[in-house]
Design a protein around this ligand. Structure first.
Ligand code: URA
Length: 241
């Protein structure tokens, strides 16, 4: 069925990238419509009748949307491709049929739950800062963390001149000279968990994401992935305001 939509939305619906990234690609002159380069962000695409190309490659809307959960191992980057030949989360899924990309990011050395999909709309709203999706992590931090340090982190600490939003923290257990802590955030600033713990004097030794948007990693092993159930996909969409 033919549909009309702005060019940035078209590219993100095709699973190429987020709408914001699509705008950059358009402004950089990387996108053509029916053989002509377009730089006007207001360009409207007829999904049935226009031919859109990105760097010369035809980009089509895939009717089938797929959603995976991956337990990312350390040493793998959360990107769709790597300039330097590093292994990516998309390589680990190994589904060549769809143009998948990760929803949000984890640092290279962080393990745990990451969602991958070709559904650009879902990615757009889940990664938008105003959305405040809850994410939980298990952090093994150096030393024994005190309850007053946990309280400081709950109330918020200054990062880049701005206080972090209220967070949930729970000491899971002491592990030798270190502490295993669960932290739940609604923000996603760069290296946020690591920098928050550094603020109260504890460096993060290992970090694993265990929950995102109400979906739990469960017993999925590192490096393994699975398709999300219909119920889980519905759960993510229900969070849309
Ligand atoms: N916070 C971090 O510091 N790193 C991550 O990968 C995710 C959250």
């Amino acid at each position: 069925m033919s549909e009309k939509m702005r060019i940035n939305r078209y590219l993100s619906s095709c699973g190429v990238c987020s709408r914001r990234k699509a705008e950059n690609l358009i402004l950089l002159g990387e996108v053509s419509v029916n053989g002509k380069r377009v730089k006007d962000l207001a360009t409207v695409i007829d999904t049935e009748n226009d031919e859109v190309r990105l760097r010369g490659k035809v980009i089509k809307i895939e009717d089938t949307k797929v959603y995976y959960m991956l337990n990312k191992p350390s040493g793998v980057i959360s990107a769709a491709s790597s300039k330097y030949g590093e292994k990516t989360v998309v390589d680990l899924i190994g589904d060549k049929k769809y143009r998948l990309f990760p929803v949000g990011r984890l640092d290279k050395d962080t393990t745990g739950l990451i969602i991958l999909t070709n559904d650009g709309d879902l990615t757009n709203f889940l990664t938008h800062p105003s959305f405040e999706m809850e994410k939980s992590y298990e952090a093994l931090v150096k030393g024994h963390i005190t309850s007053s340090e946990l309280d400081k982190l709950k109330k918020g600490v200054m990062l880049d001149g701005k206080k972090t939003a209220r967070a949930k923290l729970r000491l899971i257990k002491k592990k030798g000279n270190n502490s295993l802590v669960e932290i739940t955030l609604t923000e996603g600033r760069k290296r946020q968990v690591k920098r928050m713990f550094e603020r109260v004097g504890h460096s993060v030794l290992t970090l694993k994401r265990t929950m995102e948007g109400g979906l739990n990693l469960g017993d999925l092993k590192e490096g393994e992935s699975r398709l999300l159930s219909k119920k889980e996909i519905k759960k993510l969409y229900e969070k849309r305001r």
